[in-house]
Design a protein around this ligand. Structure first.
Ligand code: SF4
Length: 255
């Protein structure tokens, strides 16, 4: 007993003080980008270098960057002669709608967390359980999700956990581009969740199929499965994932 107490004192408290304190992010971290006005006329370098077609222009010629397709490789930022695209360190990237993932030229960087402040009124505010399905992913999104269960992040202190059975879950977390081999399993798992079921598309592959968008073997999440939360990234940083889960937990359920 004395040995246990001694070791406990030696180890001290390891869980990070989040969300009271902002998390530490690695130097190479790329967060939500901003797009400054570009005076390069017909220059299309940012569009041409993008491997996933995430950069486009609207009818007025303004640059748009789709975070749902972006793999955060940084090529557009590096190659832009005008330095119009700049990735910030804003890790709060999760969105409730697909439209929110579109970054428009000249728009203010979104720094406020997309959270509902009516804490306690949300159905899952005290307890939120997920079932995770890896639908053809490379395991990077899964690894950055699994790390939330370590004592550093301690996901359980927020009342969020993962269950082995969809019958015991409130929501489904999908990773990967949904290969043909996995689509049936994904749909069956989703339908096994009790209503009102939540659906989280975690990572660029789950949101848009990312680098595999042109593959006939990658089908994506079926259109009739309503997505409640989009968490972009390739893979998303664990803090981005945690922030997304908390935003969903603290929001009223949409039916
Ligand atoms: S950082 Fe994103 S938008 Fe820019 S080139 Fe890479 S994938 Fe495309």
């Amino acid at each position: 007993m004395f040995g246990i107490l001694k070791e406990r004192l030696h180890q001290k408290y390891r869980t990070l003080d989040y969300p009271a304190k902002e998390p530490f992010l690695p130097p190479h971290f790329k967060g939500r980008p901003s797009i400054a006005p570009c005076s390069a006329g017909d220059c299309r370098v940012c569009q041409e270098v993008c491997p996933t077609g995430a950069v486009s222009r609207d009818a007025g010629g303004h640059i748009l960057l789709d975070l749902g397709r972006c793999i955060f490789c940084g090529l557009c930022e590096e190659s832009c002669p005008e330095h119009a695209i700049a990735f910030s360190r804003t890790y709060r990237l999760a969105a409730r709608t697909r439209e929110e993932l579109i970054v428009r030229q000249g728009e203010e960087n979104r720094t406020e967390p997309s959270r509902n402040t009516t804490k306690g009124r949300a159905l899952f505010s005290k307890s939120l359980t997920f079932r995770q399905v890896s639908a053809g992913g490379c395991a990077a999104c899964e690894a950055d999700t699994n790390v939330l269960n370590t004592l550093l992040y301690d996901l359980g202190r927020f009342g969020i956990s993962f269950a082995a059975s969809p019958r015991h879950a409130d929501g489904l977390v999908v990773t990967g581009p949904v290969t043909t081999a996995m689509q049936r399993a994904l749909v069956d798992t989703y339908l096994a969740l009790p209503a009102p079921r939540l659906l989280v598309a975690l990572g660029t592959c789950a949101i848009s199929r990312g680098l595999f968008a042109d593959s006939p073997e990658c089908l994506g999440i079926p259109d009739d499965m309503k997505i409640d939360l989009y968490i972009p990234g390739c893979p998303p940083n664990p803090w981005t994932i945690l922030d997304g889960f908390l935003s969903l937990q603290q929001s009223p359920v949409r039916n």
